[in-house]
Design a protein around this ligand. Structure first.
Ligand SMILES: [Zn+2]
Length: 270
């Protein structure tokens, strides 16, 4: 039996190794919504099997953002009859344009996906699009709200709100934030926004790992804002060597390097 965590209001969370990916399930009277599909067909079949222990209803899928571990399982769900795949418009266009280069990431655990050979390995691009306005997905007697709060972990992070829980994708992380496609300054604002919404939701489910408290979200926002200020100051003091800021940042060396790179890229666009 799959280890679903019951969050109340027919909303569930399943955590999958090795990345501790959190998959969500919201069950209505007519259909059920699955939040994120895993990193390839092997993991997606595991998710689908777990979903089928809970419900036989038709399914709708949401991809919280365009990182492989959140959408590489889509084809397995498409083969199971899912027609409605939701994503933010920026995530959908990233999936359409740059999914294939991400395949080598899963070479060890999902060799078929990495090779693009075999059942369930094609890229399924979401066609149900969320832009700036929230979208209510009616599941029958229960709705899920899909909404966008601006750029953060990527340029297309979608949040999924149910009567009992908020699924944040990787906007909230249990551990160091992952900056490879991030907009650090805007991300801190999005985190403050999430914190301001917390009274509406009993549970906050991050993209990976344990459920998060509101204190953790605010700490993540403050840490990020402080890091932005420190990095900017260090860059002003030694404009030719941004790596000087790495030891003073509150993240590990690799995260700090990505953070500085993304901060520079964002500010050079202004
Ligand atoms: Zn991510």
């Amino acid at each position: 039996m799959a280890q679903w965590l019951d969050l109340g209001g027919e909303t569930y969370r399943l955590t999958l190794e090795p990345l501790r990916l959190n998959v969500g399930l919201v069950v209505g009277s007519e259909r059920a919504l699955v939040v994120d599909t895993g990193e390839g067909p092997r993991q997606a079949r595991q998710i689908l099997e777990a979903v089928r222990e809970k419900t036989e209803l038709p399914l709708v899928v949401v991809n919280t953002h365009a990182h492989y571990d959140h959408y590489f399982g889509n084809a397995v769900f498409a083969a199971a009859g899912v027609e409605e795949f939701w994503a933010h418009e920026n995530a959908a266009s990233t999936i359409a344009s740059s999914a294939d280069p991400a395949r080598p990431e899963v070479a060890e655990r999902e060799p078929e996906m990495a090779a693009g050979e075999g059942e369930g390995t094609e890229i399924v691009v979401p066609q149900a699009i969320v832009r700036d306005q929230p979208v209510l997905v009616d599941l029958g007697g229960r709705t899920a709200t899909l909404f966008y709060l601006g750029r953060g972990h990527t340029d297309g992070d979608l949040l999924v709100g149910t009567p009992s829980a908020l699924f944040s994708g990787d906007l909230v992380e249990d551990g160091y934030p992952e900056f490879s496609d991030a907009y650090p300054e805007e991300w801190a604002d999005v985190l403050r926004h999430i914190s301001a919404l917390r009274h509406r939701y009993e549970h906050l489910v991050p993209g990976h790992g344990a459920l998060c408290t509101d204190v953790a979200v605010r700490t993540m926002a403050e840490t990020m804002s402080t890091a932005v200020r420190s990095a900017r100051q260090a860059t002003r003091e030694s404009p030719n060597d941004a790596t000087k800021a790495i030891p003073i940042l509150p993240y590990g060396p690799e995260q700090s390097r990505l953070f500085i790179g993304r901060l520079k890229a964002a500010s050079s666009l202004h």
